[in-house]
Design a protein around this ligand. Structure first.
Ligand code: NZQ
Ligand code: ZN
Length: 401
């Protein structure tokens, strides 16, 4: 087990009707002027915005609300909100929504607390976040795990760069998690969420680090739980028990727990970000669209690890390591297909099969113009990335591997 620090300060308030506690929780945490941020309108239609802002008023807090965050949240919108928030004199940010809204909320908190810094400087690494405002979350989508994670992802729509930024200042102060708030999700978003939750653990699980039994068991148990409840949730988004398991798993999968003591990989996330920023593909779909190609490209680095995954997560009964490894990959891809999630470019909404020139451009951009590699299980440079994209660049709906 490698040395690690675990810092997960977020107060989790889980269960039915918990959104009514938003005001009292924010007040306990020192809020007086709350900037409420939300997305394209789902929280207005469901009445959630009204319930939450009522609870803020009842707690005696001043608030202003701004809607309009889009999936794959845009830098320019976050900048606009920072200006509004500065004018309002915000001392607490409350995000009501999924990962895109929460990440925009985190950006607003950093921008408001650092009025002389352009927020993108934090994402490009020019500046480090050394102070911010507290962010509370009312979660409406189990997926990104931003409600407890140390990360926030923004897209500069002018350059098509999608970047994550990690800092402990991104850890929310509280996360209100009422599974009933996810009942209104379209099936596609439920599917994207299931893939993303699995992938936050898989991107940690495929590591060369050894002797990490407890972390392995936690990761495998989480994956089995998500796979099983995902099958129920994709058919019935009103199943409280299944949606509860997904919601709790979504937070645990990305708060650091499932990779403690091991080196992280996260290549699949980086491969996916390029698809999302270029084609505005939903995050979860971008991950399922490249996972099989990544797995087939890298599994020979350590087939025993893939075989362990197959046996413990998918119950594969196969003594041969290579065959077990491949069976685990096949089962994962079949599962994604059963959720109607894309497993290649041809199936991915707004993507389709690309020219060779575009694949090269994507690989170049994924390395930030040739200045970085991605992953650690197999360190992928621009050539590797191109080859993985080429493997995924097909119509796979009716074809088999
Ligand atoms: O905007 P509204 O109208 O609310 O609709 C949203 C949006 O269209 C809808 N939705 C959310 N909750 C709903 C609902 N519709 C009906 N009922 C509800 N209860 O779902 C759509 C997608 O929302 P979004 O927030 O984009 O989804 P998600 O939570 O998957 O977040 C994706 C973003 O998070 C980033 C991704 O890259 C992407 O930009 N990630 C953030 C991470 C982090 N901060 O730690 C880690 C992740 O790996 C990920 O990269
Ligand atoms: Zn993710």
């Amino acid at each position: 087990m490698q040395a690690f620090t675990q810092y997960t300060p977020t107060r989790i308030v889980f269960g039915k009707d918990t959104e009514h506690q938003a005001g009292s929780l924010a007040k306990q945490m020192g809020a007086t002027r709350v900037f409420v941020i939300y997305g394209g309108g789902s929280v207005v239609r469901s009445g959630l915005l009204e319930r939450v802002t009522t609870s803020l008023s009842e707690a005696g807090l001043e608030w202003m609300a701004a809607g309009g965050v889009k999936p794959n949240p845009r830098l320019s919108f976050a900048r606009e909100c920072v200006e509004k928030s500065k004018e309002f004199g915000t001392d607490f940010v409350l995000a009501i929504g999924g990962g895109s809204v929460i990440d925009t909320g985190k950006a607003i908190a950093h921008g408001t607390a650092n009025p002389d810094t352009d927020i993108w400087d934090f994402w490009t690494g020019k500046q480090k976040v050394t102070r911010s405002l507290p962010v509370g979350v009312v979660l409406t989508l189990s997926a990104a795990g931003s409600e407890t994670s140390d990360s926030a992802v923004l897209t500069d729509e002018e350059t098509h760069e999608k970047r994550g930024m990690a800092t402990d200042f991104n850890r929310p102060a509280f996360a209100i998690m009422n599974p009933e708030l996810t009942f209104t999700l379209p099936k596609y978003q439920v599917g994207c969420g299931i893939v993303d939750i699995c992938m936050h653990t898989l991107d940690r699980y495929f590591t060369k680090s050894e002797h990490n039994e407890l972390t392995d068991e936690i990761a495998e148990g989480l994956l089995r739980t998500v796979i099983c409840n995902g099958k129920i949730a994709i058919k019935d988004a009103h199943n409280y028990d299944a949606m509860s398991e997904l919601m709790w798993a979504g937070s645990l999968s990305h708060n650091g727990l499932t990779g403690l003591g091991a080196q992280k990989d996260f290549a699949v996330h980086q491969l996916g970000h390029e698809l999302s920023s270029r084609f505005d593909l939903a995050h979860g779909a971008s991950l399922s669209a490249v996972w099989e190609s990544w797995a087939l490209y890298v599994y020979q680095e350590k087939p025993e690890r893939f075989a362990q995954y197959a046996r413990r997560v998918w119950n594969v009964r196969e003594d041969d390591t290579e065959k077990a490894a491949l069976e685990g990959i096949r089962q994962t891809v079949d599962y994604f297909k059963s959720l109607d999630m894309p497993t290649c470019f041809g199936e991915a909404e707004g993507v389709g099969v690309q020219s060779d020139e575009t694949l090269h451009a994507m690989a170049h951009s994924c390395t930030y113009g040739g200045v970085r590699t991605i992953g650690s299980f197999h360190v992928c440079d621009e050539k590797d990335i191109y080859k993985i994209y080429k493997m995924a660049n097909k119509n796979c709906k009716f074809s088999d591997r």
